[in-house]
Design a protein around this ligand. Structure first.
Ligand code: ADP
Length: 430
């Protein structure tokens, strides 16, 4: 329309503001390394929370026996068992099940929730077939992945700071979640015990490390973002002082699955209003609702290779109820790409920051040899452009020589088995 600016100037400005040229990436990587150091120095020393895992034994491949894992991180939990056969036989057998948590238990008492979990785990354990075997006189050991803020004080102790992700269970905050689970299993007369409490990134690292000794870092890019890496104990000044939980940072908001779709939505609203994207200053009513446009939607739009951008058309119609012309659809794809590119590149810079920090302390051991970064999470797995932008930024930042040594690879669903492996590596019988 005549009184609108048109989309071009807004798009140009967006691209300028979202640009991540090499100097910006360098700055982000350096700031990450600096923040990591500050977070390791003292508790609360940085907005980037550096939480200690208390894992000092990683899987080697020599682990043998039967181990269980329990993964609680949302409305579903997963249980898994694995029979390990050591260096030669490796994973002899593995089985898993997913159980959804009844809505009412998310608002009940701690005992009710943990009793439910223990009972589901017990039922799963009863289905153990003849390809699984526990040596005489041993209890079944569990690696417990618990993705809520806990203050961990040992490999087997973690105090719940608070429930998140829609859980409002009474009576758990301030308690050791390992004890909660162990007590629930005892109440059920079960012969099982938690040997390792781990974060999902730590599980992913352990799961990848089992197959590859060069894995030093694990990154999860899903709804949120989190990373862990192997650190030298002598570079953790705060080790004796205790640590705390992790809030969402601005960095996370520009790179995580939870937010990418929402950022695009906000740009679309602005472009509809001021740029005449959908004609005049028409803003589709549905588009005004926060979070209606999800990251999988923008990802789907970017995969559209049809001449008329039919997939873009249908996403815009389904999500925003808007009929778009081809030029509007092209603009929308361009916006998606701009936001995914910034996210992927900044995530790549964050990874390089972690590697740089490790390199500074180890003098050549990280960049001078093969180093693997194990990646997982729905965003990384399903968004090819994001993944490519991430890799591109890592290569730009490290240069072609060092990049050859840094392998960024997808380690799918390694966290469950990783937790079981950590139970094995930290077994009370070893
Ligand atoms: P978690 O919620 O534990 O992080 P996932 O690792 O499976 O679980 O990640 C889920 C997130 O991955 C979703 O919230 C979404 O942001 C992102 N995602 C899922 N599917 C896609 C997709 N097809 N394209 C882009 N992002 C996706």
């Amino acid at each position: 329309s005549s009184d609108s600016l048109g989309v071009a100037p807004i798009l140009t400005k967006l691209k300028k503001n979202c640009a991540t040229p090499l100097p910006v990436l360098r700055h982000v990587a350096d700031a990450m390394a600096v923040d990591m150091r500050a977070g390791l120095a003292v508790d609360g020393g940085s907005d980037l929370k550096m939480i200690l895992s208390y894992v000092d034994t990683l899987p080697t491949g020599n682990e043998k026996g039967l181990f269980y894992a329990l993964d609680l991180g949302g409305t579903n939990f997963r249980v898994l068992r694995v029979q390990l056969g050591g260096k030669e036989e490796r994973v002899i057998a593995t089985e898993f099940e997913q159980v959804s948590i009844p809505q009412e238990l998310m608002f009940g008492t701690s005992e009710e929730l943990f009793d439910f979990i223990a009972s589901a785990l017990g039922k799963f354990a009863q289905k153990e077939g003849s390809n699984f075997a526990l040596p005489q006189g041993r209890t079944r050991e569990i690696g417990f992945t618990f993705s809520f803020p806990v203050k961990q004080t040992s490999i087997r102790t973690g105090i719940l700071i608070k429930w998140t992700k829609g859980f409002a269970v009474s009576g758990t905050a301030g308690k050791d979640v390992v004890a909660c689970l162990n007590e629930a299993m005892e109440r059920q007369g079960m012969d099982m015990q938690v040997s390792a409490l781990v974060n999902d990134t730590v599980g992913t690292l352990a799961g990848a490390r089992y197959w590859d000794d060069d894995v030093m870092v694990a990154v999860i890019l899903g709804t949120g973002t989190n990373a862990c890496y192997v650190e030298r104990v002598d570079t953790i000044p705060k080790l004796a002082k205790g640590i705390s939980k992790s809030p969402i940072t601005i960095f996370e908001k520009t790179i995580s699955g939870m937010y990418l779709g929402e950022i695009v939505r906000r740009v679309l609203v602005k472009m509809a209003k001021d740029g005449g994207l959908f004609g005049g200053s028409y803003v589709p009513e549905k588009l005004v609702t926060p979070f209606v446009l999800r990251t999988p939607d923008i990802c789907a739009m970017q995969q559209d290779t049809s001449r008329d951008l039919e997939a873009v058309e249908s996403v815009l119609y389904d999500v925003a109820g808007v009929k778009s012309d081809l030029s509007a659809r092209k603009t929308v794809v361009d916006i998606c790409d701009t936001i995914a590119k910034r996210g992927g590149r900044l995530a790549g810079a964050g990874i390089v920051g972690i590697l740089k920090k490790m390199e500074e302390d180890s003098k050549g051991v990280v960049f001078g040899k093969r180093t693997v970064v194990a990646m997982d999470g729905g965003l990384y797995e399903h968004y090819p452009q994001y993944r490519e932008y991430l890799q591109e930024a890592v290569t730009e930042l490290l240069g072609s020589e060092i990049s050859k040594n840094v392998v960024i690879e997808h380690s799918k669903d390694g966290s469950g088995i990783g937790a079981a492996l950590l139970a094995a590596a930290n077994s009370k019988y070893e």
